[in-house]
Design a protein. Structure first.
Length: 488
């Protein structure tokens, strides 16, 4: 514990939803819910307007739609969130070299290490200046907590929400914490909270009065000692500037359970490629490949394989993930798949044997797929081959004629018709005539776009055919400093 409140905790307010409201003027002041839009989607963030209806993060999207049927439901735009986060973290690093990010929108800062605060007055001034700088740079609001420890600074920022600042003076910690719910303390989740409630302990003050021995008896030595110290406001953890990544992973939840083994294998390969892309982006390689499978009945299985050396080769990761999949029973269907890499390092050790196995496996898979396709086609494949041979000799029905029968687009065995363009709600678009906008909704061959951008007045809505050649996907626009720059 410090004698001055020089540890700062910043928590951006409803970050994803606030970014969407800032970039979409027509949504300001309205209920915005960001997350997966499919039947099994989950809420990532809800604006404060949506929270009034009971919507909160980690809630199933279907439940959110029932609670708030008139809200704006949007896909996440992580590239934009990352860009905004980098601006915010840059402002924090101007205050101190000791910045400990917890997520894209949350971080601890040691103000004393940066020489920006040594007492309550200077800490409050720094916190207020930070909030103003964030507003000027991003157009967003953040809540700031200041205290003599990390735990209390986080409690303070939570109490300051939204768009506020709370400073806890050293010496007042117990008085402030006493009436708060035990769920306020880090590490007290629903299970521990219910266990304490049954014992008659619902507030932090009651937790402190119970004493260390009683808490150890109730929840075990490690947890009990920690709870007692937190109830007294004691926390000596330092702000750590760099937190080494322990793993890199990606996963997808599917709207409909996957039953086809070939489709499942294809999805695992795709996830492996995405995982490697993220792994390389972080400047790491990894040694242990992990496969996660959640089945139709919500049972979750994980399988892992450790290589002889760290790698960031997509072929190696794909092959390892494929081997792991062979050991998993997917009978009944799969609702979630994930691929991860652990045992991270900042170098690679080429595993030539594994790469060779990956290449051989890919070749074998392609050959098996070819054989299966030919077997399924049967006589039709032979007839098509005969027609092509006749065409090579100049006979009628050769390649110079229009495709017929099995070679016609959309016919069995023929070329697939061009897929319909998909426009997810909330995604960025650019129209050749009307300029930048975002997708408000789509269906039955039509897409509705609202043409507006950060800093502009609410824009007009127009509807187009989904295949309109003048409408294209676009990159997000910056939240500040670009208003009107791309207007037609």
């Amino acid at each position: 514990m410090r004698a001055a409140p020089t540890i700062l905790h910043l928590d951006m307010d409803a970050f994803y939803a606030s970014v969407e409201q800032a970039s979409k003027p027509s949504l300001r002041g309205k209920a915005v819910i960001v997350g997966g839009l499919g039947p099994r989607g989950v809420v990532a963030t809800a604006s404060y307007e949506a929270r009034r209806f009971g919507v909160h993060s980690a809630m199933p999207m279907a439940q959110a739609r029932r609670l708030c049927p008139n809200g704006a439901y949007l896909i996440p735009r992580f590239r934009l969130y990352q860009a905004v986060s980098e601006v915010v973290m840059g402002l924090l690093r101007e205050l101190s070299p000791l910045v400990e990010p917890l997520s894209l929108d949350e971080a601890f800062v040691d103000l004393e290490a940066g020489g920006t605060a040594f007492d309550s007055k200077s800490a409050r001034e720094t916190g207020e200046r930070l909030r103003a700088d964030i507003r000027a740079a991003t157009g967003l609001s953040g809540s700031v907590g200041l205290a003599g420890s990390k735990m209390l600074a986080k409690v303070a920022s939570e109490e300051a929400k939204p768009a506020g600042l709370l400073l806890i003076e050293p010496g007042t910690e117990r008085e402030l914490l006493a009436p708060m719910s035990v769920r306020t303390l880090p590490g007290v989740g629903p299970v521990t909270g219910e266990h304490l409630r049954r014992a008659g302990i619902t507030t932090v003050g009651e937790l402190a009065e119970a004493g260390e021995d009683e808490l150890v008896r109730m929840v075990g030595r490690s947890h009990g000692v920690g709870l007692y110290r937190m109830a007294l406001g004691l926390d000596d953890r330092p702000v750590v500037a760099e937190r080494d990544a322990k793993s890199v992973s990606v996963e997808d939840t599917f709207d409909v359970d996957l039953h086809d083994r070939v489709r499942i294998r294809t999805e695992v390969q795709r996830l492996a490629d995405r995982c490697v892309e993220r792994l390389r982006g972080s400047g790491h390689s990894g040694r242990t490949i992990v496969l996660k499978v959640r089945r139709y009945d919500f049972s979750t299985m994980t399988r892992s394989e450790t290589l002889r050396g760290p790698t960031d080769d997509p072929a190696v990761v794909r092959e390892a993930a494929a081997r792991l999949l062979e050991a998993v029973d997917t009978t009944g269907g799969v609702r979630l798949l994930g691929v991860g890499v652990t045992g991270l390092a900042d170098y690679t050790q080429e595993d030539l044997f594994a790469q060779s196995m990956a290449a051989e496996a890919e070749a074998a898979a392609e050959a098996a797929a070819q054989e299966a396709a030919e077997a399924a086609a049967g006589g039709a494949a032979a007839a098509s081959a005969g027609a092509r041979e006749a065409g090579a000799r100049g006979a009628p029905g050769g390649p110079a004629e229009a495709p017929q029968g099995a070679d016609a687009p959309g016919a069995p065995g023929g070329p697939e018709p061009a897929p319909e363009r998909r426009w997810a709600a909330g995604s960025d678009v650019l129209h050749a005539v009307y300029g930048p906008g975002w997708v408000q909704g789509s269906g039955v061959g039509r897409v509705t776009v609202r043409f507006e951008q950060p800093g502009s007045p609410p824009g007009r809505v127009r509807t187009f055919r989904v295949e309109d050649p003048e409408l294209e996907p676009s990159d997000p626009l910056p939240l500040v400093g670009q208003a009107g720059a791309d207007a037609p």
